[in-house]
Design a protein. Sequence first.
Length: 222
Amino acid sequence: MQFDKFETLDYLIHYPADYKKGERYPVLLQLHGAGTRGITLAEYAQSKSFSDMIKASNDALIIVAPHCTADSWFDKFETLIRFANWLSTAPFTDTERLYLMGGSMGGYAAWQLAMSQPQLFAAMIPICGGGMYWNASRLVNVPVWAFHGAHDTTVFPEESKKFIEKLQRKGAEAKLTIYPDNAHDAWSDTQSNPEVFAWLLSHKKKETQKLEVSCQGAKEFG
């Protein structure tokens, strides 16, 4: 485990046990939720949530987790964009296998980051998040597997449903898993599921096609 800093953004990075400097690996950019703002990166690195990801992924990828100390990721969003672009070209990153995951506040940030920078990511896992689903066509080339709890009253499951329905109408590779017994915590079951990481690792970045701009027309979009 290593701790470092990019501009004003602290982050931790976990390397697989068989990591060799100079080689390139699949990389997961992990965006935490609001609750993690109040703990240190060292505490997050020792958390069950983080160790679950390492175990479920069979330690097959590098996990990079920046730390949001502001009110939300959107207060650091321009820095987050630069960080994601730096990560995509880092010497340890397989540029065809950069993945994105985020839960709750991090789920909102993951949706928006992927829509802002779709050319970076091979696939993404947004968990109990939401956002500007009307702009989801930006993600037609980014496979998405979203997760939400059926009884979530913090972020309503309709937020994920709207994104996935929009993407499916565009013919994108997109699916949604609703946990029938879960409230807001959809990340624990997701981040500890080996199938989730196997799905991520099965994807390589697609050729970027011309992105559709779906916000034309002042009458409809203001």
